[in-house]
Write a protein that binds this ligand. Structure first.
Ligand SMILES: [Zn+2]
Length: 472
């Protein structure tokens, strides 16, 4: 029974008899069961911890004790009111205010929650803030992020277990689009974009948690209505990751009718004080501003890394380690930025990626990726990949013989290529391919203008030698 785990009950000094009576009244609440999940709660925590560290780096986190304390108090009250069987002891809850005006809040697997100033300011009561937080908390408790990963057909996730290593890829590289648009390998989307079925689960469990924490669950529905109203003409991110399953207000009201609001919370002073604190902060940024300040990346396409045509700074001799999920790690110059797509990860120097006369161009850097292999023969699979590349780059040509090489101590093929760029120059591309344990193709590709290639050769070699494929 949930009620015994809620300290508010004990504080309220209710007799055992009252407890029994109250619990019989709430007996008709909807049972919400966590979906199938092949990951452990520990993996949720590891994933969320690493992703949260990146979010804290890239988002304008608010450092104001009063706001932080208020959110923590509210959040912890909801956690205390959570069903014990879903509240895994390893979870690490945190509640971080962010100075963004977009109406959004999100929680990462294992507990870290972020609440935008815009969300708080759109709320007219504490109950409405509690509603959004209870809904987010429900996603954490039901482990919807890793349940999504369990269902996904993402090649980066097919290999091995989802370990902490993959988290770096979730929000890596690109500020802004990080969580909002999904990012490296689409994992951001995977962990934070929920199905309508999961939404309904989070609404119902959120409503139950609210009632046990002393809030009217109908505030949850009211907040959703506010969000939808304010989103006319350009919906907030919150709605795109939390789609309305339909009849939201109606089924929340129905659930609320089955619930006893325990020890109703009527003190609004903390809420009002916190509103004033928010109002005293410097201007809130928009998500778009954060994205522009960063390096771009993620779905929807990065804008640019610097300005194409401006001089490209030489690769730093200092390298940093990067990871591509459970698939590989490598080291790249620490002045190169990450750009990502669903199946590849690029590292690009300043001014080497962007638009040139309306055409997307990429002039320098490296790419790691996974491609579906159409053959068990490495040469055939490589040539199929080359055919694909040539379709997008009609001037791509072989620049010499393909040769056998070693990549992460595996048999690999190196293919030298040249290409005529849309800027009218010639570029040198080298492609290295090897099989992963699951039969997919792993590739490492280097690119530099032909006349600058000698200056990049040792960097490309050093990166190539640092690659460790870790798929088994
Ligand atoms: Zn949701």
């Amino acid at each position: 029974m949930y009620l015994q785990h809620c300290p508010r009950w004990r504080r309220a000094g209710l007799s055992a008899l009252a407890l029994v009576l109250a619990s019989s009244l709430v007996g008709a609440q909807t049972q919400v069961k966590p979906p199938k999940n092949k990951y452990t709660p520990e993996q949720d925590v590891e994933l969320g911890r690493q992703a949260a560290a990146e979010v804290r780096q890239q988002y304008p986190v608010i450092s104001n004790d009063q706001i932080a304390d208020y959110l923590a108090q509210l959040g912890n009250r909801l956690v205390e009111a959570s069903p014990a069987e879903l509240n895994h002891p390893v979870f690490e809850y945190s509640f971080t205010p962010v100075n963004l005006k977009d109406i959004n809040a999100f929680a990462l697997p294992g507990g870290p929650m972020f609440v935008n100033r815009g969300m708080f300011e759109a709320a007219s009561t504490e109950g409405e803030v509690a509603g959004v937080m209870a809904h987010e908390l429900a996603h954490v408790l039901l482990r919807h992020g890793t349940a999504n990963a369990t269902k996904a057909q993402n090649p980066w996730l097919q290999i091995g277990a989802l370990g902490g290593a993959i988290a770096g890829a979730i929000v890596g590289g690109a500020a802004g689009s990080v969580i909002a648009n999904g990012s490296q390998f689409g994992l951001g989307t995977l962990l934070l974009k929920y199905s309508r079925e999961y939404e309904k689960q989070a609404d119902l469990l959120g409503a139950q948690i609210m009632a046990r924490a002393g809030y009217d669950p109908r505030d949850l529905a009211r907040m959703f209505e506010t969000i939808e109203r304010q989103s006319k003409g350009g919906g907030p991110q919150w709605l795109s990751s939390h789609p309305n399953p339909g009849n939201r207000t109606a089924y929340i009201a129905q659930e609320a009718a089955q619930l006893e609001i325990v020890n109703p919370n009527t003190d609004a002073t903390g809420f009002e004080r916190t509103k004033q604190q928010f109002a005293s902060l410097p201007r809130a940024k928009s998500m778009a501003e954060v994205a522009n300040a960063g390096s771009g990346g993620g779905r929807g396409g990065p804008v640019s890394v610097g300005t194409v045509g401006d001089p490209v700074p030489p690769p730093s001799a200092r390298h940093r380690e990067v990871r591509g999920g459970q698939v590989f790690r490598a080291s790249v110059p620490d002045n190169w930025q990450a750009l990502s797509s669903n199946n590849s990860l690029r590292y690009v120097p300043e001014n080497a990626y962007g638009q040139w006369r309306g055409q997307p161009v990429w002039t320098h850097g490296v790419e790691f990726g996974i491609a579906r292999a159409g053959s068990r023969d490495l040469r055939e699979a490589t040539n199929a990949l080359l055919d694909g590349l040539a379709r997008g780059n009609p001037d791509l040509r072989l620049a010499g013989d393909q040769r056998s090489v070693r990549l992460s101590q595996r048999t690999a093929i190196g293919t030298p290529l040249v290409n005529r760029t849309s800027m009218g120059t010639t570029e040198r591309i080298d492609l290295y391919t090897t099989f992963l344990a699951d039969g997919n193709l792993f590739y490492y590709l280097t690119i530099a203008p032909d006349d600058e290639f000698p200056r990049y050769q040792s960097t490309f070699q050093r990166i190539g030698q640092s690659i460790r494929i870790t798929d088994q």
